[in-house]
Write a protein that binds this ligand. Structure first.
Ligand code: SF4
Length: 282
């Protein structure tokens, strides 16, 4: 995104410059951080070795209370951003600045080491974008045909990730935090009838075998045939999430040149099928 667009977004926020640390400003700027990112001047912080897989991998922060929080996607960290986060990663103390003014203080949460660079803990959720086959290539069919979604940052690459790594990371985080995290698995689509759903099954089974209480969500496209959901449901998922992204057909065509092949009706059918099987959906 260029500087002009950032500034247009900020104009629309209609920030209160007379009361920079108002709750409303905090809420508005948290939304901005998630959607547009920030420039970051954080002592002792580096973006090296981060897995830039989707918009939900990023730096996590809270504003006063754990209930007001934001994630700055690693991919949206850039020098041109007029909103700046400045402080120290070591102390976790930082401020949000805009137009030469300090708006409010924030707390930067430390990155939690999961034991695998492709698995991250984002707030209370363990997240991984899994490859087509364990330790294989992670990709999306829309990228392969030159039609990735406009906001997609998932690049074709070999990923050092298999089911046992995920179970180990889950055990590691549960041990460190004293609480069992939720798990969210995602990954690119495939051109097959299942649109890539089957790749999640070994991970779900491995987790379920070791941790009977684990909550597992799959965030993926609906399959071409709802019956493809059966194997995933039987493997032990709790939740099926599918991103429609946009309802407007025109916007879908423009921003999702490949993914717009999925009809709204397919989402509807997949959600209805899951709900009948007592699988939560969103
Ligand atoms: S569906 Fe779109 S956003 Fe998701 S991996 Fe494929 S190209 Fe990227």
């Amino acid at each position: 995104m260029n500087k002009v667009l950032f500034e247009k977004y900020i104009d629309e926020l209609n920030l209160d410059f007379g009361n920079t640390d108002s709750l409303l400003n905090k809420i508005k700027l948290c939304s901005y951080l998630v959607c547009c990112g920030a420039s970051i001047e954080l002592e002792s912080y580096t973006l090296n070795n981060k897995d830039f897989r989707t918009g939900n991998a990023g730096m996590q922060l809270t504003v006063g209370s754990p209930h007001l929080r934001a994630l700055i996607p690693f991919f949206y960290v850039g020098k041109d951003n007029p909103v700046k986060l400045r402080g120290s990663y070591v102390t976790g103390r930082a401020v949000i600045e805009f137009a030469g003014r300090e708006f409010f203080e924030i707390t930067v949460l430390p990155d939690m080491v999961t034991g695998n660079e492709n698995i991250s803990l984002e707030f209370d959720t363990l997240i991984a974008a899994v490859p087509e086959k364990p330790y294989g290539i992670r990709n999306c069919c829309y990228r392969s045909i030159g039609k990735p979604c406009a906001f997609c940052i998932l690049k074709k690459k070999r990923v050092n990730l298999g089911p046992k790594d995920l179970a180990a990371a889950y055990g590691e985080i549960a041990g460190k935090t004293g609480a069992e995290p939720q798990v969210l698995l995602t990954g690119g689509n495939s051109g097959r009838k299942d649109r890539g759903l089957l790749k999640y099954i070994p991970y779900v089974k491995e987790l379920r075998n070791h941790f009977s209480e684990v909550q597992i969500a799959i965030e993926a496209a609906p399959p071409r045939d709802v019956l493809c959901l059966n194997a995933l449901i039987d493997s032990g998922i709790d939740t099926f999430a599918a991103n429609i992204e946009f309802f407007s057909a025109q916007t879908k065509e423009e921003l999702l040149p490949g993914k717009s092949e999925i009809e709204l009706e397919e989402y509807k059918q997949a959600f209805a099928y899951c709900q009948k099987a007592h699988i939560k959906t969103f």
